[in-house]
Ligand binder design. Structure first.
Ligand code: SAH
Length: 210
């Protein structure tokens, strides 16, 4: 179920879907996705699908984790990364193996507790996490080279723009349920440039924390 062959099948699938970045593929081959979901769903851990993680939330589809990560790696510096929506911690773990320092914010405390344990199990020491409303970012550690948002706002919160370095990139799904697009925003000397990557389906970015 969690055999090397099962994982290799997922990586082939990602390649077929257009993921080319060797470092991303390598890290995803070696990151045990089954520890990020409940045991009952273990047999589906290496399927290329989103899966429930409780509280109405989901672990992101491997394809979208790979796609967002490769875009960020290939567009500039990734020393300091802010993630909004830790969820299971899977995207966090993939990032931590490819960038300098990861700061991750999650509004549901119970999910964060589990994610923290998984990150520790994997001996990833360049991750800091906080139970907080991601609409506010994490100002104390900013500005960031990269902001990755893994839940969809209808509009990107202004505070996140303010925490992005010049030269920095923010990747975020934007729009209402069923009509979201993945946006790549680049902070240039002249302002913010936005490119639409593709249609996506994420859970909504919700207000407050609990
Ligand atoms: N990358 C994660 C995706 C989890 S789903 C994974 O692969 O597991 C998105 C997460 O964003 C959920 O855990 C949800 O609780 C969280 N979220 C939603 N609104 C938020 C907000 N305002 N601040 C922080 N996290 C938020």
């Amino acid at each position: 179920m969690t055999s090397q062959r099962t994982r290799e099948r997922l990586i082939s699938r990602l390649r077929e879907s257009g993921i080319r970045n060797k470092r991303v593929l390598e890290v995803m081959l070696n990151t045990p996705r089954h520890i990020f979901i409940d045991e009952a769903l273990g047999s589906r851990a290496y399927d290329d699908t989103a899966l429930p993680i409780g509280f109405g939330q989901t672990i992101s589809q491997p394809y979208i984790v790979a796609r967002m990560t490769e875009i960020l790696l290939e567009t500039g510096a990734c020393d300091k990364v802010l993630e909004i929506g830790t969820g299971s911690g899977y995207q966090t773990a993939v990032l931590a193996q490819l960038v300098g320092q990861v700061y991750s914010v999650e509004r549901i405390g119970a999910l964060l507790t589990k994610a923290r344990r998984r990150i520790r199990t994997l001996n990833l020491y360049n991750v800091r996490m906080k139970n907080f409303d991601g609409h506010m970012g994490w100002r104390e550690n900013g500005p960031y080279d990269v902001i990755i948002v893994t839940a969809a706002p209808e509009e990107i919160p202004a505070e996140l723009f303010a925490q992005l370095k010049e030269g920095g990139r923010m990747i975020a799904p934007v729009g209402p349920n069923g009509k979201q697009q993945l946006n790549l925003i680049t902070h240039t000397a002249n302002g913010y440039e936005c490119a639409v990557i593709e249609d996506v389906s994420f859970v909504p970015l919700l207000p407050g924390n609990r």
